[in-house]
Design a protein around this ligand. Structure first.
Ligand code: F6R
Length: 236
């Protein structure tokens, strides 16, 4: 694992942008794996402000809430439109459909999309409990796209974007850890003290399904872009 420690989320966005730019410049980015949440926002702002052209690049997102339409202001479809897709048109944008009638079928459809569009470069955030995508502690390292129950800590953390905690969906469709690990390159972003324990366990802890992000220790091309607060518990 390569670790880049930055002052704050703004500098983190700039550092991560440089890594994306390199891939686009050498023509290696055909499919871009994207995350939502507060963490990648500064990176997306850098992408929007840049002259990078994504019109020949596909994107595949990690997850979507079950029960929210694409137009719902809290849906990840809406988030991506607002923070990136409206300003930067891609060839195609793929996200799971949170309103699919048959969720099993939707998971298979999404796996087929990932299979047909192998991810070259995956952006990840991390949950305070070490989740990646919405693969919560205990999720199988062999897992593919699945319907997942969100843990209380994830619902609590995500409730900041909803009017009240009861409005936060309790389930999501998430790309599985096996698909995330199949990405050629991975950048994990983390900012703030609340992420420090998860970063410590991810980098220095045992590789265990109890800390989903710890599997990244076994990937050959992972870069962490983290701020000083998120790095504060690292000992090495
Ligand atoms: C979102 C996702 C999640 C988030 C994580 C951190 O697509 O896959 O793993 O990256 O929950 O969320 P923030 O960035 O809001 O702290």
């Amino acid at each position: 694992m390569k670790i880049i420690i930055v002052k704050d989320q703004n500098v983190g966005g700039k550092e991560a942008f440089k890594l994306v730019e390199q891939e686009v410049d050498v023509g290696k980015l055909k499919t871009f794996g994207l995350a939502t949440g507060s963490t990648p926002v500064t990176l997306y702002q850098e992408l929007v402000n840049s002259s990078l052209d994504f019109s020949q690049i596909n994107s595949v997102n990690l997850d979507e809430y079950i029960g929210l339409s694409a137009e719902h202001p809290q849906s990840y479809h809406h988030f991506m439109k607002e923070h990136l897709f409206e300003a930067k048109p891609f060839k195609q944008n793929f996200l799971p459909n949170g309103l699919a009638k048959d969720l099993e079928e939707e998971c298979s459809r999404y796996d087929k999309i990932i299979q047909d569009h192998p991810i070259d470069f995956q952006i990840l955030g991390i949950g305070e409990n070490g989740h990646i995508g919405f693969n919560e502690p205990g999720a199988s390292f062999e897992g593919k796209t699945a319907v997942v129950d969100l843990t209380d800590s994830t619902i609590q953390a995500n409730s900041r974007n909803f009017e009240k905690i009861e409005d936060v969906p309790t389930q999501a469709i998430s790309m599985g850890i096996k698909s995330i690990m199949a990405s050629k390159k991975i950048i994990l972003l983390a900012y703030g003290q609340k992420k420090a324990q998860a970063i410590l366990e991810t980098v220095e802890g045992e590789v265990t399904e109890e800390v989903p992000a710890s599997i990244l220790q076994t990937h050959s091309d992972v870069t962490l872009v983290i701020d000083e607060a998120a790095a504060s518990l690292l000992t090495k």
